[in-house]
Ligand binder design. Structure first.
Ligand SMILES: Cc1cc2nc3c(=O)[nH]c(=O)nc-3n(C[C@H](O)[C@H](O)[C@H](O)COP(=O)(O)OP(=O)(O)OC[C@H]3O[C@@H](n4cnc5c(N)ncnc54)[C@H](O)[C@@H]3O)c2cc1C
Ligand SMILES: Cc1cc2nc3c(=O)[nH]c(=O)nc-3n(C[C@H](O)[C@H](O)[C@H](O)COP(=O)(O)O)c2cc1C
Length: 777
């Protein structure tokens, strides 16, 4: 085959040499516009794992790289006068020039033609090539020539960065944070050869502009950074090798991804590789890794499917199918890490103490979890656990999940909440044996707080006929039976979620008809009822049209909430949550998708919050001062024009000002048009943002299904409590089970169940031992 690689970066060179090795008869040329030893940039970093991968494909290159690289294990943070270091992270740093020279030399050795100082205009320049590798970097001309074919999706990010070098040598991957009068700067620093370290300085656009760096030339920018990091640089200079860049040397990162990676141009098959097809932010240092692994995968496919010209279409198809998955995974992690650095100045630097800031930074990509950190550096993690526990006056190291949490006069024994879950099993609003068993079992299952499902302050505010209510003395007595049981038979606390269904009321139980939120038929023998909402808009197109609330309706509903709250106190609940989420009555006021009022209760967010805040204030007065109150909100409507996470911060601030202790951060269910992005812990970013920006405690909820999730969230300060719903349907003793799974034994079981404890713990211990042994094979 005749193969041309346009672009002699890591992708083009490494593919060329591996392909030549696979089939020495192939005629392979790498066309590069620069001179052989001419490149900008300093060091690049990749993981031990990438090097292992390279070793399997070309031991010679891997050995050369190994000779030249700098290996280090530690990450060090310099923040607010503190230096914190943790180990076990395993990185390899190498000069970009050195890496390219190794690849170039190996190409020549194997017989790849290297054509330097040739600027390729387009893939059409090489009509006799069977295959053209477009490894021409982030601004790929080949990709840009045919946007309709490759369908690139390019996002320019807001932060500014400058890639510098220094002769000050660092013995860890070092992160420096410095505050100026305009905001925070950070530097990502690592040594890559005996004399030099890479020194990337980054800051938000507004901080960069405020310092006039948009008008600064290269030297002025360097002078600025030297002054900013002077105490750390210890007299060493910062250097640039990108003097060819005109004007400011500060760049914006561009995230590139493409729907199609290859194409037939009429003469040759063309395939994108490396930065030309995808980029990953330097926050997790994986651009070079991706480029090298692309090259490996394409060669693997030629090896598997045959390295003849007729196999090219299948090879290219398989190459994209396989690589795409890994690339998306890595790009997601890189995106999280990048966002962390974009918001850290506003969200974390001033809010978190250095210990927690370090933890948050280490877990920024959300790929590294609590238990993963334990594997990397047990001593550091245990030190951190002890620090975290110490803040709750608990001696020794224990997973954050099992530290107590105190709000007003209530202390929860741990940080797990059984999230409120409608059971549709009440009769005339009355809870009975079903609820005693359901809630009782979960109270015995180890969670610190068990929340009762949404409970209605009046008969017409229920979701279904099966929903519980708290509007008469019988209801109070029924609930008292349950709270008494929980308080005498367990050390869990029990809370009530109070809420009015609003436009989502008078529906069938989910198992009765076509699923959730389906309106009852007009002739349903149980009988339906008229609905209230902020505006007369049904939740589903075929739903009952609610009546927009009048002031009189508002007064009546507020009075119902207050009476119900007084009953909740009489019934002995420890905690009250006001339901302002999921499109129910109070939520219907907050969201612009459901509130179209033109009076003082519609329009601006301030107006839309007015009634929910009135209800909150009235309820707070009725609820005993010494007991806590949380508010559940939908922090994202997942619909264009709806509530955004930025609005959610404002909503949280308003409830905080009204006296709320905590925000329970759910999302969605406000509009049937929602398009949520589900995934592990997918709503936790809202809890995190609200906690840091509104300065109020939060509950994270949503796809939190392992102790490892809970510990990672709490330890990073993303929330104060974690609510777990569906896993508690499968397993009432979810908390006790998870404790045993991670080997945490200092947890009380119900006294009659104790003989099950050591058995469960031994079973999990065996499982862990087996896993460790298998990993070692
Ligand atoms: C500040 C910064 C820090 C980074 N840090 C890291 C890191 O720590 N770890 C890491 O893995 N990655 C890092 N990267 C990313 C990394 O540099 C790239 O992801 C990697 O180099 C991609 O390799 P590539 O071969 O696809 O593209 P490139 O390395 O960009 O190579 C493309 C080559 O094509 C040539 N070329 C382009 N157009 C033409 C043309 N028309 N004709 C001929 N030649 C052409 C260019 O001159 C260049 O040599 C960083 C990037 C930046 C910007
Ligand atoms: C059966 C069921 C009933 C629910 N009922 C309520 C409810 O009454 N009030 C509420 O705020 N959320 C309710 N939710 C939402 C949960 O509290 C929780 O926010 C959601 O299920 C996400 O958590 P998970 O991923 O742990 O299940 C319910 C969820 C389920 C599965």
């Amino acid at each position: 085959m005749k193969i041309v690689c346009i672009g002699g970066g890591p992708a083009g060179l490494y593919f060329a040499l591996l392909m030549k090795k696979l089939g020495p008869h192939h005629d392979i040329t790498v066309v590069e516009r620069n001179k052989p030893y001419d490149t900008f940039g300093w060091g690049v970093v990749f993981s031990d794992q990438t090097l292992d991968n390279m070793r399997q494909w070309d031991a010679e290159t891997a050995a050369e790289v190994q000779q030249a690289f700098n290996h280090w294990d530690d990450i060090e943070l310099h923040f607010k006068g503190r230096v914190i270091r943790s180990g076990g992270h395993g990185f390899v740093g190498i000069g970009r020039k050195k890496l390219l020279n190794i690849l170039q030399a190996r190409c020549e050795q194997l017989g790849v033609k290297l054509a330097f100082e040739q600027d390729a205009d387009s893939d059409l320049d090489y009509p006799d090539a069977d295959l053209i590798i477009a490894s021409d970097g982030i601004n790929s001309r080949v990709r840009n020539r045919l946007p309709e074919v490759f369908q690139p999706d390019i996002v320019t990010r807001p932060n500014r960065y400058i890639w510098l070098g220094t002769n000050r040598l660092y013995d860890a991957f070092t992160f420096l944070f410095e505050k100026t009068e305009h905001g925070w700067f950070q530097a990502h620093v690592y040594k890559f050869d005996e004399k030099t370290s890479t020194f990337i300085v980054e800051c938000p656009e507004h901080v960069w502009l405020a310092h006039g760096l948009d008008k600064a030339d290269q030297q002025q920018s360097i002078d600025f950074c030297e002054k900013l990091f002077a105490s750390n640089l210890q007299g060493e200079k910062l250097m640039t090798n990108a003097r060819h860049l005109r004007g400011s040397a500060w760049l914006n990162f561009q995230r590139v991804k493409c729907a199609n990676w290859s194409h037939f141009n009429g003469n040759s098959h063309v395939v994108l590789m490396g930065d030309a097809v995808h980029t990953a932010h330097f926050a997790i240092g994986s651009g070079t890794k991706l480029a090298l692994e692309d090259a490996i995968e394409l060669v693997r496919q030629f090896k598997t499917l045959g390295d003849t010209a007729d196999r090219i279409p299948q090879v290219l198809q398989k190459y994209q199918a396989v690589r795409e998955i890994d690339v998306i995974r890595l790009q997601n992690a890189a995106w999280n890490a990048m966002e962390w650095f974009e918001v850290c100045g506003e969200r974390y630097c001033d809010q978190l103490e250095p210990e927690q800031f370090m933890y948050s930074m280490l877990t920024r990509s959300q790929r590294i979890s609590h238990e993963n950190l334990r594997l990397r550096d047990k001593a550091w993690l245990e030190g951190y656990e002890a620090w975290f526990a110490g803040r709750t006056a608990t001696p020794g190291a224990r997973p954050p999940m099992f530290t107590p949490y105190t709000l007003r006069s209530v202390t929860l024994k741990n940080r797990v909440v059984v999230s409120p879950m409608a059971q549709y099993s009440a009769v005339d609003g009355r809870v009975g044996d079903y609820h005693l068993v359901h809630l009782g079992a979960r109270a015995m299952g180890g969670a610190g707080l068990v929340m009762v499902e949404m409970t209605a302050p009046s008969a017409d505010s229920r979701i279904t006929h099966g929903c519980p209510g708290l509007w008469n003395d019988t209801h109070t007595a029924d609930f008292k039976r349950i709270t008494d049981w929980v308080h005498t038979q367990s050390d869990a606390k029990i809370g009530l979620q109070i809420g009015h269904a609003g436009p989502k009321g008078s529906t069938c139980r989910p198992w009765q008809g076509a699923g959730m939120d389906q309106p009852m038929a007009a002739d349903d023998p149980e009988g339906n009822w008229p609905l209230l909402a902020a505006s007369s808009q049904p939740y589903l197109p075929h739903g009952i049209v609610p009546q927009a609330m009048s002031r009189k309706d508002m007064d009546r509903v507020t009075a119902d909430f207050v009476a119900s709250t007084q009953r909740a106190a009489q019934a002995g609940f420890d905690w009250l949550e006001l339901h302002c989420a999921h499109g129910y009555l109070l939520s219907s006021f907050i969201s612009p998708l459901t509130n179209h009022r033109t009076d003082a209760y519609g329009g601006s967010l301030e107006n839309r919050l007015r009634y929910p805040l009135e209800v909150f204030a009235a309820v707070r007065v009725a609820w005993p001062e010494h007991l806590p109150m949380s508010v559940r909100i939908s922090a994202h409507d997942w619909v264009e024009g709806g509530i955004t996470p930025a609005d959610a911060v404002e909503i949280a601030r308003a409830f905080k000002a009204a006296g709320a202790d905590m925000i329970d951060c759910s999302s969605g269910q406000v509009s049937a048009k929602q398009k949520p992005t589900y995934g592990r812990m997918y709503q936790t970013p809202f809890a995190d943002r609200i906690r840091q920006e509104a300065g109020i405690a939060t509950i994270a909820v949503g796809a939190i299904s392992e102790a490892d999730h809970v510990n990672s969230i709490l330890a990073a300060g993303r929330a104060d409590l974690c609510a777990v719903a569906r896993p508690h349907l499968a397993n009432p003793a979810w908390t006790l089970t998870e404790a045993a799974r991670i080997g945490f034994t200092d947890i009380a079981w119900p006294r009659a169940y104790v003989s099950g404890k050591s058995q469960l713990e031994a079973g999990f211990a065996r499982e862990r031992a087996l896993q460790t042994a298998t990993k070692g094979d």
